[in-house]
Design a protein around this ligand. Structure first.
Ligand code: AGP
Length: 608
């Protein structure tokens, strides 16, 4: 997620901005830039790379400015490069701006602006905004900005400077975080509190569809009718470290709560407004995609579980057989690699040694590799033919949460793309599936609002010495993932198992000292799960059931029930997983473990 900072005051603007950008580094970025107003001229320095490169470039130049903007870019449109780094300007160099968010209708706007003679310098969606403001700008920059914003579709947090108003910053937001910091004879704009905490704790939370005009001793907020509106000044109650967690106790909890928004971002990224899938940079020929005979997925850990769910998704919506393999196994076995195969590597970090080794092995067979990855410019993305980014933002917690459900959503959308290309899905079915997927963020929020109940159930079960997680069909991998979450942050032995395998061994484990988590949401195999539950109860096993809201039947058997909202079974992993993430989180948190940095684990396993 990009980071933004703006400043106007009496301090040297470059040091305030560089420091602020460093405090936003945790958000992850691939390039950084700064724009300052120096004697009514805009000076810009920007780099693909680290903030330190930017800092070194500024050391050589003497700037005595007190107003400017800074940006760390987490690329979405246009690869990481100097020309795509922010700030971006209009054709005349009178307006410079930085942006966090995605402008969904930028293609159309860019085309219209080009027809009017605008010369674009970058591939970004952001640059469109600078040219639009310039096009509408007569006497009032604020009015030009409001006119521009009314034409944008998508999300934005903006900070703008302009040579005609050398003492003023302009800012606006819609669906992207942005705060205004109020200081003594100085004011700030930032995407996040850590960027300005050392200067002030007084902040104004700009609302969607509001713009603000900021000088060093005045802040004025306006609505889209250009009418001045009152605002509240709040006081931040936390320090820098907790600010980066936005007040959550751990990054993991913050990232669990980010999932609904991230899935909504993926719809904006990979669906057209009319509900068709759009993978603009897939870089794989339609003909190839239409005639894929087999898909092989390679991954590790949580990403491997996403691949297993992907098998159920792809095989239920297309005619393509899917094989899923652990990267560490694949790289040492002798795989039979057929023509017209697509290999999908799933990896949050894009740096996992085994997955990199697996695709290097596959490449010897001259087959296509698509990577589903969360880190732009990572090794995996550089070595794949095709990339689909999960846009989950940097995942700081070692236990993967938001990246996992983002991987699942990408797999759903990719499957719809393949099914449409192969004419397997008609428009009505496609529409129905997309409308179910679009409900998920709202349904996840219902689960998140229920987290107190999940916490209480977690409290009642944290003393158990071992856990078994049971699931069937598409929730068998969900059981594996739920068990991994628990074991890696609470260190309690937890095993995920196909419930149908109970009698083939695991039932020997059942007694009153073992807790069993059963995933029994509404599905064709619900009754089978009830049989498993009765077998466990007969052996005094302690059960926590994940069931579908409204299911009264399950109360005949168990008391410890966590309900998930109604959803077709095919999409249920996106809801059950959030429940199991919270369950594992609270057990580890109450036990007092270091949830974000569990013992012995690294966020990315870059060695074998
Ligand atoms: C997941 O919670 C673990 N941190 C781990 O299993 C992880 O999923 C695995 O190492 C794969 O990492 P990657 O997605 O970055 O390739």
């Amino acid at each position: 997620m990009c980071g933004i900072i703006g400043y106007t005051g009496n301090k040297n603007v470059t040091s305030v901005i560089l420091k602020g950008l460093k405090n936003l580094e945790y958000r992850g970025y691939d390039s950084a830039g700064i724009a300052v107003l120096d004697n009514k001229k805009i000076f810009i320095s920007k780099f693909k790379g680290r903030i330190s490169d930017l800092e070194n470039s500024l050391k050589k130049i003497k700037i005595k400015s007190q107003i400017g903007l800074g940006h760390t870019r987490w690329a979405t449109h246009g690869e990481p490069s100097k020309k795509n780094a922010h700030p971006h300007t209009d054709c005349f160099g009178k307006i410079a701006l930085v942006h966090n968010g995605i402008i969904e209708n930028h293609d159309k706007l860019r085309k219209e602006l080009k027809e009017k003679g605008c010369k674009f310098k970058s591939e970004t969606d952001t640059e469109v905004i600078a040219h639009l403001i310039s096009k509408f700008y007569k006497k009032s920059l604020r009015k030009a900005l409001i006119k521009t914003l009314k034409k944008l579709k998508g999300s934005y947090a903006l900070a703008i400077i302009n040579t005609d108003n050398p003492e003023k910053l302009l800012t606006a937001r819609c669906d992207s975080p942005l705060i205004i910091g109020k200081g003594k004879n100085e004011n700030f704009i930032a995407s996040d509190a850590p960027a300005i905490l050392e200067h002030t704790k007084k902040v104004i939370y700009l609302k969607d569809y509001q713009v603000a005009e900021i000088s060093k001793n005045k802040v004025e907020v306006f609505n889209f009718k250009n009418k001045k509106i009152p605002y509240k000044v709040n006081t931040l109650a936390y320090d820098k470290e907790s600010a980066e967690k936005k007040g959550y106790k751990h990054y993991m909890l913050k990232e669990i709560y980010e999932q609904p928004k991230i899935l909504s971002t993926l719809f904006a990224q990979y669906l057209t407004p009319s509900g068709r899938t759009k993978f603009t940079n897939l870089n794989l020929k339609r003909d190839f995609l239409k005639n894929i005979k087999k898909i092989t997925i390679v991954a590790c850990g949580t990403a491997y579980h996403a691949g297993l769910v992907g098998k159920y998704i792809i095989e239920s919506l297309t005619d393509i057989p899917v094989e899923v393999d652990l990267s560490s196994e694949f790289r040492y076995r002798n795989p039979i690699i057929k023509k017209k195969s697509l290999f999908i590597a799933i990896s949050q970090s894009g740096e996992t040694a085994d997955t990199l080794a697996a695709i290097r092995k596959i490449k010897q067979h001259n087959v296509k590799i698509l990577s589903i990855c969360n880190v732009l410019g990572s090794s995996l993305t550089r070595e794949s033919n095709s990339i689909i980014y999960t846009h989950a933002g940097p995942e700081i917690g070692v236990a993967s949460t938001k990246a996992y459900t983002a991987q699942l959503m990408v797999l759903y959308l990719l499957t719809l793309h393949l099914a449409t290309l192969k004419n397997i899905l008609d428009k009505t079915k496609l529409k129905k599936i997309i409308s179910s997927l679009k409900k998920i963020p709202h349904l996840q929020k219902q689960i998140l609002r229920n987290d107190k109940k999940i916490k209480n159930i977690a409290k009642r079960h944290l003393h158990f010495g071992a856990f078994l997680y049971l699931g069937r069909n598409i929730n068998f991998p969900t059981a594996l993932e739920g068990a991994l979450k628990l074991k890696e942050i609470s260190y309690i032995p937890a095993e995920g198992y196909a419930a149908g395998e109970m009698k083939h061994g695991p039932i020997a484990l059942i007694d009153e000292y073992r807790a069993v988590v059963c995933i029994a949401n509404n599905s064709l195999i619900y009754e089978k799960m009830v049989s498993n539950i009765r077998e466990i109860l007969a052996r005094r096993g302690k059960i926590v059931v994940i069931a579908t809201k409204g299911n009264k039947n399950i109360k005949k058997y168990v008391k410890e029930i966590i309900y998930i909202p109604k959803i077709e079974n095919l999409f249920s992993p996106l809801l059950v997983t959030v429940t199991l993430q919270l369950f594992a989180y609270y057990i580890a948190q109450i036990k007092g473990y270091d949830v974000d940095k569990p013992r012995n684990l690294a966020k990315s396993v870059t060695v074998e």
